[in-house]
Write a new protein. Sequence first.
Lengths: 324, 264
Amino acid sequence: MTTEPPSIRVAELRKSFQVPVREAGLGASIRSLVRRQTREVRAVDGVSFTIAPGEVVGFLGPNGAGKTTTLKMLSGLLHPGGGELSVLGHLPQRRERAFLRQITLVMGNRNQLQWDLPALDSFELQRAIYRLPAESFRQTRDTFIELLEVGDLVSKPVRNLSLGERMKMELIGALLHLPQVLFLDEPTIGLDVTMQRRIRSFIAEYNRQHGATVMLTSHYMADVEALCRRVIVIHHGQVLYDGALTGLVDRFAAYRQIGVAMAEPADLSGYGQVIAAEGGRITLRVPRAEAARITARILADLPIIDLTIEEPPIDDVIEQVFAG
Amino acid sequence: MLDYYWTVMKTAVMTQFQYRTANYFYMVGMVAEPVIYLVVWSMIAAAQGGSVGGYTPGALAAYYIVWTLVRNMNIVFTPYGWEWRIQHGELSAALLRPVHPLHFDIAYFAGWKLVVIILWLPLAAALSLIFRPELSPSWQGAITFALAIWGAYLIRTMLLWALGMITFWTTRVSALYELFFAAELLLSGRLVPMSLLPDWAQRLSSYLPFQWTFGFPIEALVGQLSPAQLLAGLGMQLLWIAVGGAAVALIWQRGVRAFTAVGN
């Protein structure tokens, strides 16, 4: 039996930056002329994981956790400070052409299209950069345009497009060479819900059709829930959790939510923390270990029409993980 | 690679035609500088009995009208652009493409030059009507000029790329740029024709690349250079392109290593 090698392999990856440090004021300014002080910031501190071909992995963490630094090392934009990494069998920092042809890095806050020209012209430039055969390029481009429903926009100068429309064009441009590994850094940042949903389904479709490996960072948990079965949570440059998205909730959710429906409004604050109350529908937050006991008490004490026990929203769980 | 160059040049032409009016006003504004030089040197020539350093007012007019084209051919990606490129993450995007970014800059600005040449023709015609240049180039001179303006473009691209890459290590290099631009202004033939420079300045400039980016292309068309001088000039341009290219390769290798150590 043969096992397919992982698309991405990272072992004990490290990266530190020297950051200048200076106190405020003229005196500190003059002293810094003579003696410049720096401190070391460990952006990535011993991160290890492997990602199999075709896997879609959410890479989560608060701002400054080391997500973007890791993605930059994986895409070859940063030399690692230590450890090992390999993407599709290549050392990313060498930035070999064969490697660059197989990856893409999309950063939601950066524009790579020709601002003054219609996106179609930028796509043509991508064709030339990646030396794509004209016929297959046209097919890929037209398929993507159809999938993202931007047929009427590709002839407009990019500067006249909305943020969401531009991101769609960015994605098309970034995927025209059919990369096998996608590094997506906040691809839906600043977009409205409809646009986010469209982009998510496009990424999912691309992954399904091309078997591409996807690493996604996003502050929108809806992105992660829609696309990723597995998440890697990073905090202070270290992996806190690597596993199934559902497991994240099991492991980190310290409470559960009990939804109660009653004929009459009632005060349930004695059973747990009331986090929502609307007419006879009340939502309680209770400690995870106490959930069963409190549920039984509520059922015994009150005239309940309906009762549900739910895991807390993933956003809340993540917030709790990072706060801890 | 030819397809890549052609596509980037087309992109540049399309982009610059979007800004044709701005481009035109920019070129018209640029005319002020040579007109001032022309008026001053013409007055000096008149005061010295009709010529200065072998240049009559008509020859000076020809020099400074051709100057306007050469000046535009000299516009390349500047070190200030490098600062912007690094600060805005443009370089990161370029590093992720399987083509060296130098090719993009050469092709893009070359495409822009095609637009510049088209826009320059009516401007040159208007200046000629006003200043009555005396211009009777040899066919060898004309061919050399056509090649030398691109040679000048490539030398300057390499030099300013090499200079711009200093921003890999520090973003505060404006003073160094200004020094470079001042030396270039004085020793290239931009301020005055090379033959009007003092002997020591001419000797100094012979060790520097500047005259091959400005004075030589103009003199190839306007001056009375022999075929041997024309060939030697093109040879010097090739030499400086090679020197600049080697400097770019060396600095690029080290600069990218430094850049990818700290990132942006």
